[in-house]
Design a protein around this ligand. Structure first.
Ligand code: GDG
Length: 458
């Protein structure tokens, strides 16, 4: 059996609280053997080679990004250009001349280190927008392996791609992957539109794309969670997230990395509007967990400030001596507490302005008690909404509509809650994390992906 080589920006090291993605990749690696390659969380000096970390059935190989690489590749091109671009926020793109060369240089450096590690029959699975050019760099070094790519964020809109330096290299780079995995059918449509619009590519009758001498396949693989593990955590009543104070009588919960794509200001405004409209006698609360990320990027600092302002304003307007409507927790909460919090809440709020999938939506549904479930309010712009059509779908830009959905969630009759929950749960179970990783690896492994002479005659 060929080994699996997983490449992601960050290597999960000793992370007990990791989610379904890490577990799914870990299981796939345990099964096939191979290695997981990624960066240490802290910057340091470039040693030019990988370091073996942690013993396991497979190897974990870590590399160190230098401070300069963190600034230009990670915070710069990846998170100040590609992240907003993929999330249709070109107004948030911030570009300096050193970002693009810095991004290419990390992909080239990593490709050299990977080429020295891999065997000719390894299956290589590259993750996310940090590594769009990696397959092409590996090909330049002579790698003929099957190389797959999974994009966790939305596929960019064709017209937005012109914002990139050397925009014509984008399609040419990703065409070097044998399999391009995307979250949703909508993402696949956007990717195919890009190839269709490019004179260098040709759509083949089997749906794959011929680009120069390469053939690539684009497919959706909706990512999921480890449903059984999450459910077990949610059912374990040993961890009471509220301690002795007890849970609020009625509350909605939001859990997001503090990111401007997650639509948190809109959510807070919608909750404020709901408080204006509803009879607030039963003192509903919004509990928002939002651990900070990428605080070095100014757009993240700005949204944090905006949320602090909104929390103060809304609480100032509505709070009573014994009631605080919004509890904004700008820190990480341990996973078991999170699972329990979902289960105890009456409404899950996911209001992303753009989102690859949104695993919180799936976690919320998996955590519910099917006999008395909470209701998921879900943005139409989250990938999860493509299949979870029985959630209360909202346009998060429409504050009134979202406020009305919060009201509907809090007042929904038990029968309808059960029905909607059962249908959402069916989607969550069908798209479980292990199904996601197995189907990706199986398709990558099985397809004849290149019209190379050595393969034609094999
Ligand atoms: C990217 C794409 C895509 C959050 N706060 C805490 C905490 N979390 C966990 C959640 C969930 C995960 O982080 C967030 O996953 P999402 O899917 O919601 O979003 P991104 O981080 O933006 O992930 C996204 C995903 O990749 C997978 O492909 O779905 O669209 O943007 O698991 O529970 N976990 C703990 N404490 C917290 O405070 N323990």
């Amino acid at each position: 059996m060929s080994r699996l080589v997983v490449i992601s920006n960050r290597l999960p090291i000793g992370d007990a609280s990791s989610g379904g993605l890490v577990v799914a990749l870990h299981d796939a690696l345990e099964k096939r053997g191979g290695c997981w390659i990624g960066a240490y969380p802290e910057a340091g000096s470039d040693t030019g080679k990988f370091e073996d970390v942690e013993g396991s059935h497979y190897r974990k190989l870590a590399f160190r990004l230098t401070q300069n690489e963190v600034e230009n590749y990670y915070l710069g091109f990846a998170n100040s250009v590609l992240w907003p671009l993929c999330h249709r926020r070109v107004d948030r793109v911030s570009m300096t001349p050193s970002y693009w060369p810095g991004y290419k240089a990390v992909n080239q450096r990593l490709a050299k280190m990977i080429a020295a590690e891999i065997r000719s029959d390894d299956l290589i699975w590259v993750h996310d927008y940090h590594f769009f050019p990696l397959a092409r760099e590996l090909r330049k070094l002579g790698a003929h392996n099957r190389i797959g790519f999974f994009l966790h964020v939305p596929f960019p809109v064709l017209s937005d791609l012109s914002i990139l330096p050397e925009p014509e290299t984008f399609a040419a780079n990703i065409a070097h992957y044998d399999l391009i995995g995307l979250q949703t059918r909508g993402d696949v449509a956007r990717c195919l539109e890009m190839f269709r619009a490019d004179y260098r590519s040709e759509l083949l009758s089997d749906g794959s794309i011929k680009f120069g001498d390469r053939i690539t396949t684009v497919r959706s693989f909706p990512i999921g969670i480890d449903v059984a593990a999450f459910r077990t955590e949610a059912q374990c009543d040993e961890s009471n997230p509220f301690g002795s104070s007890g849970a609020p009588e009625k509350f909605a919960v939001g859990v997001d990395r503090l990111d401007y794509t997650k639509g948190l200001p809109n959510r807070f405004k919608a909750f404020g509007r709901y408080l204006e409209l509803c009879d607030s006698e039963n003192r509903p609360c919004l509990i928002q967990i939002a651990p900070p990320t990428r605080q070095e990027v100014s757009a993240y600092q700005e949204v944090t400030d905006e949320l602090q302002g909104l929390t103060g304003k809304i609480n100032g307007q509505f709070a009573e001596l014994d009631w605080t409507p919004i509890r904004f927790i700008n820190r990480s909460v341990p996973r078991p507490k999170l699972a329990r919090l979902y289960r105890l809440s009456h409404c899950g709020l996911v209001t992303s302005l753009a989102d690859g999938m949104n695993l919180v939506a799936k976690e919320f549904v998996a955590a519910q008690d099917g006999e008395d479930p909470g209701v998921l309010v879900l943005s139409r712009f989250a990938g999860a909404a493509e299949d979870m059509t029985d959630a209360l779908l909202v346009n998060p830009y429409d504050i009134d509509e979202t406020a009305r959905a919060i009201h509907a969630a809090f007042t929904m009759p038990l029968g309808e809650r059960r029905e909607r929950h059962a249908k959402c749960l069916e989607v969550v179970e069908r798209t479980d994390a292990s199904h996601w990783s197995e189907s990706f690896v199986n398709i990558l492994k099985s397809r004849i992906s290149m019209l190379e002479p050595w393969e034609m005659t094999a």
